[in-house]
Design a protein around this ligand. Sequence first.
Ligand code: HEM
Length: 458
Amino acid sequence: MWFNRSYFRQRQVPGPRRFKLLGHLLAGRRDLLTTLQQCQRDYGDLLRFSLGPKTVYVACHPDMAEQILIRDLETFGSLSQQAKPVGLALILGNGLLQSYGEDWKRQRQMLQPLFHKRPVERMAIHMTTAGEQLLQRWHSTYSPGEVINVLEEMVKVTLDIICRTLFSVDVITPLDTLQTVLPILIEHAATSLKNPLLPPLNWPTPRNRRFKQALQTLDDIIYRLIQQRQMSGEQNDDLLELLLQTRDEISGETMNRQQVRDQVATLLGVGHETTAAAMTWLWYALDQHPLVLQRVQDELATVLAERLPTLEDLPQLTYTRQVVDEVLRHYTPAPLVARLVLRDTEINGYPLPAGSTVFVSLYNIHHHPDFWINPEQFWPERFATREESVKHRYAYLPFGVGPRFCLGNHFALLEMSLLLAQIAQRYTLKLVPNYLIERDVTMTMKPRHGLLMRLYPR
Ligand code: HEM
């Protein structure tokens, strides 16, 4: 499809003018998601925004998600198909998340078997072990009523789970270091997406220096992990083993150090960041909805009677699972999925030029009034009968949809259900009064100032 300039001008996608957008952002306390919802109400389900010299589009309807993420893959490609690496490509190199075309297909086929339901279920035991470590640390460190930063704690436990399950490392000495460097890297990657005027990485600005130092530290940790495994001669049934043993079908060669590093960095990053954000919102939601918390704790008492939860318990923990599903809808921890428009095209009769970026807003779709009853209300019971509650096949997409659907969805659902069951059995978390909650969207959606809560043992 090819359109001339005047066609684009005549049929421009609706959206706020530049100064109005600024007003929206200020009014929404710099909250991007509130702004997007306001704009959807004002202009419809397809939006256009001018950000500096760049125009981006935001699609807020399940039919558009279907077109962009499933049906028209020839037109909507990966952002890494742009010439200059930005966003996560700066950290993750050419791992699964950043690759595209045949290369992506090969990588996905290689990793997929490890993330099927059965192999993931075998990881449950490592997840509860990490949960127990967290609870023991809380027990020995904090007195009743003491304040913790829930976001930091959730990052720690989800990182621990990734290291145990995918790399079979149980004494995680670099955990604190990882916890320091990963936010620096992720913040820089997100800023590089939002701000096209950022100085090139080879300029010695303080921001660039900090980023490069953090990247070097991450690389050191990963290369040490690889070296330790190679020297130990151990054979583990884990991701690291798979990466070190897999041979290219054509050349017969194993992956080189850089390729292994890129996959490890990818899974370390995406494998904890989104789940940590989701778990953080979960504790916030339970504080705001005491009746929901009560129902979860009652269910846990009936089903587990103070035992450690196991994989076999999960089918009985039906309300616990509804809470997880509703957290993923209401908060949508990965709220925006980006694609590059590879050739001139149309959405809903509006033209989109090749080279532009389009975001599918999973958040707006999860709050679309045509598809959800009381979408702004946190109400886990809506998932009691899923078929009736979700009115459109693509109205509930916390893990995306289509060929690039989240590789770790079984992993994340299992991890969240087990952690919720384990922690809520032993503790009630209460928000520090008047604590300021602002939503921050980088790669994921998190509370901008962390989440301070008081810990009360039960
Ligand atoms: C609540 C937790 C999680 C949420 C909400 C989430 C969400 C998503 C979404 C929306 C995508 C699609 C991106 C796109 O279409 O461009 C995605 C991709 C991905 N996720 Fe997750 N994710 C979560 C946890 C995990 C975990 C635990 C892992 C790994 C252990 C993981 C690994 C991946 C990978 C590797 C991709 C890229 C897949 C590809 O490009 O082929 N995710 N995730």
